[in-house]
Design a protein around this ligand. Structure first.
Ligand code: GAL
Length: 975
């Protein structure tokens, strides 16, 4: 029998209202002198297929739980062996019929039996608090039903003092995966039901506050902070460091150091009431949108931000404190200064870390209804249907009340991608009334009536520039247009970090640094949400949408972060760190000077020490320190370099580094914050051999110096005794990146589709002529895919002395090529034993034309395996730019050295072919073969961010054109 409470004829989980029986929203704080008891731990668990569950007898003391399973709370049952996770981006994975949900509604009954500690106080009240349950919970304590709630990533409390007993308490929680609330939580992430945040009993002594609001502003003109703490009970506020002792509600002021993300100065205080003493951490700061600019403490700031979903590969959105801290430390160490809590309020402790370590936060309400965008005019959209308004306001209220005392929270966001509707305005009105001290953000209503920002997602560079200049396309409604023109621009999402990329970060940053109105952005997103799985034979890999048998899913769109699932930084994060570095170093080595520009918003440069190194062909020959004056933000100084040290001949560069002068709470002394390289001496080009040797034909081969060629194909077979598996030949293909593949909505216009249609992955090489002249071998070919009359003539011109083989390749297009090429260069195959790479060029990580800011000229050495970037969905990766020479050798054995002719090349080596790379769905599909495949590219196509956003800018596209390049092939160690 269904005993579920019903509303309007529907059971509670299909009710649009936010819940029943819960207490009003209020503040969260980590600690006080009032007793609290964590109920986290191992709970009994039973999964049912429908919301009816298997009766409600489990809520009784006497229930027999002998056949129940156990789960970890906080946790998600689908990650603990019960049911399966599912991933969709925009579409709802259930039939859309709000507020109804499917009968098949995985329902997890949870039960914890617990005793109170012996000293649990008898007076006052006790609250049972849930920090997050996905998506709808009905709760009983000791057989009494307390109520139910939705709002997965929000706190919900019940008063339970009258029900508690010293021993043998029985807490029963029924959790439904699907509820009316699910329609408000379509947030592009795994659907993960469960009690995934803390459950706590909070003692509320008589006379303890229910709620308090710390108002701490900063007047940058006077340098004074103002403080007023509103509270529902009388009390005092002490801030010993400031000598403050004031009453609740009383405003006071004192000279203070302000709080900012750069200098997160917190003053320790205390709220003392009759019933409770609550420690306070007060950060004085004032934020505003004034004259079209967002300011903090009177200064324009630039957001170098990232969008953070909560994610841990083992525990999903149940993220432990250590992981949260690690996220903040990683952000700080990569020069990130802001985080948007997409698309819901995070675990509240995360905001404590942001207060303490310094990040600007956009705190976002737990709300997205994107799946309605597929219906005409977003038909059925809850934010445009007033029956949902109480639930929407509840979501705004629970966020604001919980998080209002964090100085790091500087902007409230109404939610993500809900289209437009009066429900959003109702939320905005409620928030503006409750907290007029923080601006509001909302992106998806292009009238921006409820937003203090002109907020855009994935806007291409030219649009950002137009907005920066105030030359945006006008809105139809002049009033709305005028309002939008008065707002600062925020790229609340940009640079989609899916797979290889994002490209074009440096070009965005230039715009942010040029136009006052462009106040930076938030890269999408922080971490790949790959879930660990194993192949049948036990090899681990990260799974994505579709890997759990979902009927409807969005594949690897869930892996679009700057961190890999294990939280190791991707090349995208290394690039972002460089692009947003808060100190810019440029130079003029001819003049012997560098220019240092302080791009911090508040800090001078006293916390950094500057060093120089003089490097010849990647080897440091001398180092020293640089005296850089302490510069105010926004100012520059010209600093002399020392005289170039005496060093051996060869190409030389200055490398300038700015590192932390002392330990900070977020990184140790010496941590690198910014750097630059300046050329000091150019690279000498390889010398032409004095004597060239003649080619000699012999037994089906052509011998030329140290090389042997196939007489009928013209292919290089061996060099200095090293047999090649494939001689160098023209190649233009790459295993498409997620950005080459583009967003699915782009259809056939996507680059990778056009490449594949043209057949760039199946080139044929026709040998037109092999000619031996006096002292050279020339092989002329035409390279083209089947079924097209487009082609590329490639002529290989070989010459040699005793040791060196010289190659000049001339490429001439045949026909008008309508697409840029993935790459243009040579592909060759070496025996698998030649797996150790050493190169002098860009590194240490991969780079592409529009992702190369972080690439540093140096000498690097690593195994071919370590040159691979393990994108969760395998794709083109691992190119090293600007390579002057590269070697691939077997341990103690033979190998090959390739030296650039007049222009450096792009160097890529891997143990599988591009065809294998292209076919792989997961990293475990890549199996090393008998060949190390080596690309030596003259040019490669940029990356862009078209998986969601613009493709590569024109200057990074590999347009087909006549090209000549040359290389020198020798044994390792030779020159
Ligand atoms: C945005 C959305 C994000 C994410 C991103 C693409 O439209 O707000 O949640 O889906 O696109 O990964």
């Amino acid at each position: 029998m269904d005993t579920r409470p019903a509303h309007d004829g529907h059971p509670y989980e299909e009710d649009r209202s936010p819940g029943h029986g819960t207490l009003p929203a209020r503040v969260w704080y980590a600690a006080s002198d009032a007793a609290r008891l964590s109920l986290n731990g191992t709970w009994a668990f039973r999964l049912s297929d429908t919301a009816e569950g298997t009766g409600t007898a489990f809520t009784e003391d006497t229930a027999d739980l002998s056949d129940w399973a156990r789960v970890r709370v906080p946790g998600h049952w689908v990650l603990q062996g019960h049911g399966a996770p599912a991933y969709t981006n925009i579409v709802y994975p259930i039939p859309v019929d709000p507020p109804r949900v499917p009968t098949e509604n995985p329902t997890g009954d949870h039960r914890l039996d617990f005793d109170l500690p012996g000293d649990w106080p008898q007076d006052g009240e006790t609250l049972l608090r849930f920090e997050g349950v996905d998506s709808c919970a009905r709760v009983w304590l000791n057989g009494h039903e307390l109520g139910w709630f939705t709002g997965s990533r929000l706190p919900h409390e019940f008063a339970v003092g009258h029900l508690l007993r010293p021993r043998g308490n029985v807490l029963a929680v029924r959790v439904h995966q699907w509820s009316a609330g699910s329609y408000l939580e379509d947030q592009d992430m795994w659907w993960l039901p469960g009690i995934f945040r803390d459950v706590t009993l909070l003692h509320r002594p008589d006379g303890a506050p229910c709620d308090f609001f710390v108002h701490a502003g900063y007047d940058h003109l006077t340098g004074r902070g103002t403080l007023r703490v509103a509270c529902d009970v009388a009390g005092r506020i002490l801030v010993p460091e400031l000598g403050l002792d004031v009453r609740v509600g009383e405003e006071t002021s004192a000279p203070v150091e302000p709080w900012s993300a750069e200098s997160p100065r917190l003053y320790h205080g205390e709220l003392i009431t009759a019933g409770e003493r609550v420690p306070l951490r007060i950060g004085f700061r004032t934020v505003r949108v004034e004259n079209g600019v967002f300011t903090a403490n009177g200064r324009r700031i630039l957001f170098r931000g990232v969008n953070r979903h909560e994610f841990h590969p083992e525990t999903g959105r149940a993220v432990d404190l250590e992981t949260m801290r690690r996220d903040v430390l990683l952000m700080k160490r990569h020069n990130i200064n802001a985080v948007r809590t997409s698309h819901y309020p995070p675990h509240p402790a995360f905001l404590d870390l942001c207060d303490e370590l310094g990040l600007w936060v956009i705190d976002e309400a737990d709300l997205e209804t994107h799946g309605f965008c597929y219906f005409p005019d977003w038909r059925g959209n809850p934010v445009a249907d007033e029956r949902w308004t109480p639930a929407l306001i509840d979501r705004a209220r629970r966020m604001v009340e919980r998080d209002k005392n964090h100085p790091s929270v500087v902007i409230w966001s109404l939610g993500n991608e809900c289209g437009a509707g009066q429900g959003l305005s109702a939320m905005a009105a409620w928030i503006r009334e409750r907290d007029p001290s923080r601006p509001l953000h909302y992106e998806n209503d292009y009238s921006y009536r409820d937003s203090d920002f002109y907020s855009r997602m994935y806007a291409p560079h030219d649009e950002v520039e137009a907005i920066g200049r105030g030359e945006e396309q006008p809105l139809e409604d002049p009033e709305a247009d005028a309002r939008r023109r008065s707002l600062p621009l925020l790229l609340v999402e940009y640079a989609h970090a899916m797979g290889n990329g994002p490209g074009g970060l440096a070009d965005y940053q230039r715009l942010f640094e040029t136009y006052e109105r462009c106040q930076g952005g938030f890269v999408w997103e922080w971490i790949d949400h790959g879930l660990p799985k194993r192949t049948a034979d036990g090899r681990p890999y990260y799974a994505y949408g579709g890997d759990f048998g979902e009927d409807v899913h969005d594949g690897n769109f869930v892996c679009d972060g700057l961190l890999f699932p294990d939280r190791s930084p991707s090349p995208g994060l290394i690039e972002y760190k460089k692009v947003i570095e808060p100190v810019r170093i440029t130079g003029d080595s001819a003049a012997g000077t560098i220019t240092v520009t302080n791009r911090h918003d508040f800090s001078a440069l006293d916390h950094l020490s500057f060093t120089w190194a003089f490097e010849v062909e990647g080897e440091e020959t001398a180092t020293g320190t640089l005296a850089v004056p302490s510069l105010d933000p926004g100012t520059s100084a010209v600093v002399p370099l020392p005289d170039p040290p005496h060093a051996r001949a060869g190409e030389a560069v200055w490398t300038i580094r700015a590192g932390l002068r002392a330990d900070t709470p977020w990184a140790p002394r010496g941590h690198l914050v910014a750097w630059a390289q300046l050329p000091a001496r150019p690279r000498p080009l390889p010398e032409r051999p004095a004597v060239l040797l003649p080619p000699l034909a012999e037994a089906g081969n052509i011998h030329l110096g140290p090389a042997v060629f196939h007489a009928t194909t013209g292919e290089l077979r061996s060099l200095n005794g090293l047999d090649l598996r494939q001689g160098p030949r023209l190649d233009v293909w790459r295993a498409p990146t997620d950005n080459d593949l583009g967003g699915p909505w782009l259809g056939d216009a996507r680059l990778a589709m056009r490449w594949r249609k043209l057949g760039l992955h199946r080139l044929q090489h026709r040998v037109d002529s092999i000619s031996t002249a006096d002292r050279a071998l020339t092989v002329r070919t035409r390279v083209a895919p089947a079924a097209t009359d487009l082609g590329l003539y490639a002529a290989y011109h070989w010459s040699a002395d005793d040791e060196r083989l010289l190659l000049t390749v001339t490429v001439t297009p045949d026909g008008e090529w309508p697409v840029p090429l993935p790459r243009l260069g040579l592909l060759l195959g070496l025996p698998a034993s030649c797996d150790h790479a050493t190169w002098y060029g860009g590194g240490p990580g991969e780079a592409y034309p529009d992702t190369r800011a972080a690439s540093r000229l140096g000498r690097y050495s690593m195994n071919v395996d370590d040159m691979q970037t393990p994108y969760v969905r395998p794709q083109e990766n691992g190119a090293r730019p600007d390579v002057r020479w590269a070697e691939l050798c077997a341990a103690g054995g033979p190998g090959l050295r390739v030296t650039a002719g007049d222009a450096p090349f792009w160097f890529t080596a891997r143990r599988w072919s591009d065809v294998q790379l292209d076919a792989a769905r997961h990293t475990t599909d890549l199996e090393p073969g008998d060949t190390v495949w080596v690309h030596l590219d003259r040019s490669v196509q940029g990356i862009g961010t078209e998986s969601c956003g613009p493709g590569p800018l024109p200057q990074y596209r590999l347009t087909v054109a006549p090209t000549t390049f040359s290389l020198v092939l020798t044994a390792p160690g030779a020159n």
